[in-house]
Design a protein around this ligand. Structure first.
Ligand SMILES: *[C@@H]1O[C@H](CO)[C@@H](O)[C@H](O)[C@H]1NC(C)=O
Ligand SMILES: *[C@@H]1O[C@H](CO)[C@@H](O)[C@H](O)[C@H]1NC(C)=O
Ligand SMILES: CC(=O)N[C@H]1CO[C@H](CO)[C@@H](O)[C@@H]1O
Length: 382
């Protein structure tokens, strides 16, 4: 009863501002799966078996999000060690079998369904050992680590990826998932190399650039991590994009430690995002929140409503994707406690009950899908 009333109230409050939200949808996570070396779900690691250890999307559930939910945006994760096998290293030599599976998913979303797709190398700005992400693997561009891929190689990787999608105006390039515990100046340098690489092949689509500290919105203007790394806000406005078409990639979980690991929500988005919003305004930048979620409870529904309403009311925010749907979560929970389940339509949670698509999405996210989403033209911030 309360939740229905709450949803109606927020629809009324938000409708005037909806035109600013261009993109809304879900993370499609699965392309990076089965590399963890110390869990019982480990598969064959690298390269892994398509459809068993990893997969990108279930086309039928993408249909549900587009046709029934009217969502227009999918963040599709992949693993850089599968795209660029460690034996040949990070750069322009791709595994064309893996790329082919990925391209098929992206083409289905963008060409068959007409939605937008965010290309997401899910690598924490690290490469060569994903066995215990997010901590393993050499930091890209770390000159003190002889095994590390260089910033130049990262630029070559992005130039090649962008070249392969140059004619697809419905893609968005996400530079990397959740850089953390590294020099913020190096996050900046790697972001710049990616942008320069992407533009060097003539690709003009929207680019999303992350910050340090898992690109958390609440900490974007603060020192982050055990190393007290410099605030992302000291650097990311200095990125040079010849096409002037980049935005900031933000993740914002609503539980006590911003991890997405707890069922209960405790961190209010409006106050936690206020400093970031001020910074975006100051530099005339936009942001997308490409990860957030909440547990299956009224408290979280309220916090999610507050986050999405805040984005609708602040024109610095152009879109969002919730974490997470995907074809091989099974009854596991991508977020927010073991009983929440995933956002994949038809999935059950660990108790055999309907999962987050039927609960969290239906109650807290579906009422915020704007009717004015962008469905045509090249991906941009406008
Ligand atoms: C390329 O990817 C396919 C599909 O995952 C895999 O079977 C093959 O072994 C990979 N090749 C290399 C060199 O990693
Ligand atoms: C894909 O989704 C449909 C619709 O929910 C479901 O019936 C089917 O089993 C799914 N396929 C896989 C491989 O998960
Ligand atoms: C909570 C959560 O898992 N969000 C995620 C969106 O993408 C990647 C997939 O592995 C996760 O690492 C993020 O944490």
């Amino acid at each position: 009863m309360f939740s229905r009333l709450f949803a109606i109230t927020s629809v009324l409050a938000a409708s005037a501002a909806w035109a600013k939200i261009l993109y809304a949808g879900v993370n499609e996570s699965g392309g990076e799966f089965s590399v963890w070396s110390n869990t019982k779900t480990v598969g064959t690691g690298l390269p892994g078996r398509f459809g068993t250890d990893y997969a990108f999307i279930n086309k039928s559930t993408v249909d549900i999000f587009v046709d029934n939910e009217k969502a227009n945006f999918f963040r599709v994760t992949f693993l850089m060690e599968r795209m660029c096998p460690v034996a040949t290293g990070l750069g322009s030599t791709f595994n064309d079998t893996y790329f082919g599976f990925y391209e098929d998913a992206i083409n289905y979303i963008t060409k068959t369904k007409g939605a937008y797709a965010l290309i997401d190398p899910h690598n924490y700005m690290r490469y060569n050992d994903p066995s215990q992400q997010p901590t393993t693997g050499s930091i890209i561009g770390d000159t003190t680590d002889p095994k590390a891929a260089t910033t130049a190689q990262f630029g070559e990787f992005w130039a090649e990826l962008a070249r392969r999608f140059v004619d697809n105006e419905k893609v968005v390039f996400g530079i990397n998932n959740e850089p953390h515990d590294m020099l913020t100046s190096l996050v900046f340098a790697n972001n710049q190399a990616a942008i320069t690489g992407i533009r060097s092949v003539g690709a003009k689509q929207l680019i999303l650039a992350p910050g340090n500290g898992y690109t958390g919105g609440h900490s974007f203007t603060q020192l982050t991590g055990a190393g007290n790394w410099a605030p992302s806000s000291d650097y990311m406005f200095k990125l040079h994009d010849p096409a002037n078409n980049y935005a900031i990639d933000i993740h914002e979980y609503l539980d006590i430690d911003f991890s997405g690991g707890h069922a209960e929500c405790a961190q209010p988005a409006p106050s936690n995002l206020a400093a970031l919003t001020t910074w975006l305004k100051k530099h005339s930048l936009k942001a997308m929140i490409t990860e957030f979620s909440g547990g299956d409870n009224q408290n979280c529904y309220n916090y999610i409503d507050e986050l999405l309403t805040y984005m609708e009311q602040n024109k610095e925010y152009i879109g969002w994707t919730a974490w997470a749907a995907g074809p091989i979560w099974g009854n596991n929970s991508p977020c927010c406690g073991p009983d929440t389940g995933s956002l994949e339509p038809g999935a059950l949670n660990a108790l055999g009950q309907p999962s987050a698509y039927s609960t969290v999405w239906a109650t807290a996210m579906r009422p915020h899908i704007p009717t004015t989403l962008k469905w045509s033209g090249i991906s941009t911030t406008k």
